[in-house]
Ligand binder design. Structure first.
Ligand code: FES
Ligand code: FES
Length: 241
């Protein structure tokens, strides 16, 4: 029985079940229960407002270290808490606020940046893990440092403008970084689950289904998907990226 909703409520019955589990060598189940009990106790203490000092001895001390990040072609030296995410390093310490914090849990793609050309969720990447890599944010994609014309933009940025691939724009930096990498992945012959389902595993065409699947990690709350797909299709088919 693995569903927590079937856990016995009677403490004596619970203790007996634990003894039975231990006797039968079902330690994983026992550990899961211990975890649930501990997590439950913690959640209850938070809900009841138990003072922070009660947990203070369990809090990991802050460790600040120096790190050099190569961002948009320039080395940037920072002193950071070793737990700082790459997203927070970019936004809070380098004022590169193009990358957005949507969910902070790796679920929306708003924070997507390129690390050595590969798209990553910067909210799930430790800044220290990116040391030694080339980080490219939306601010570093254009052909010039101070773009004044659509021709100065990266082709994917220009395509998003031309195809109206955004509404509020909150998801757009992540969408564009993701599209840049997705087009490169396709050029290299990387497959998606759509390629496998359609059986087109020998350099599949960048169909709309391929684009939707390859961009599925980037959520748009405004529902600008049709125009985002048009923009990606235009660049992928035009070979402009
Ligand atoms: S903020 Fe990183 S995936 Fe949502
Ligand atoms: S354009 Fe508004 S969230 Fe995508």
């Amino acid at each position: 029985m693995t569903d927590a909703s079937f856990e016995p409520n009677d403490p004596a019955e619970f203790a007996q079940e634990e003894r039975d589990l231990e006797r039968h060598g079902l330690h994983l189940e026992l550990n899961r229960r211990t975890f649930l009990q501990t997590a439950g106790t913690f959640a209850a203490s938070m809900a009841l407002g138990v003072s922070e000092t009660a947990h203070a001895k369990d809090v990991t001390p802050t460790v600040v270290r120096s790190v050099t990040l190569s961002v948009n072609g320039s080395p940037r030296q920072l002193s950071l808490d070793t737990r700082t995410s790459l997203l927070d390093a970019l936004r809070e310490h380098l004022d590169l606020t193009g990358s957005k914090k949507g969910c902070d849990h790796g679920q929306c793609g708003a924070c997507t940046v390129l690390v050595n050309g590969r798209r990553v969720n910067s909210c799930l990447t430790l800044a220290f893990a990116a040391e030694g890599s080339e980080i490219t944010t939306i601010e570093g994609l254009a052909k010039t440092a101070d773009p004044r014309d659509i021709a100065d933009l990266h082709p994917v940025q220009a395509a998003f403008l031309e195809h109206d691939g955004y509404q509020c724009g909150y998801c757009t930096p992540g969408q564009i970084c993701s599209a840049v990498a997705a087009i490169e992945e396709h050029k290299r012959g990387a497959l998606s689950i759509v390629s496998l389902h359609t059986g087109k595993s020998n350099h599949p065409e960048m169909t709309d289904d391929e684009i939707r699947e390859r961009m599925s990690g980037n959520i748009c709350r405004c529902g600008a998907y049709p125009n985002i797909v048009s923009a990606v299709r235009a660049v992928a088919k035009g070979g402009m990226a």
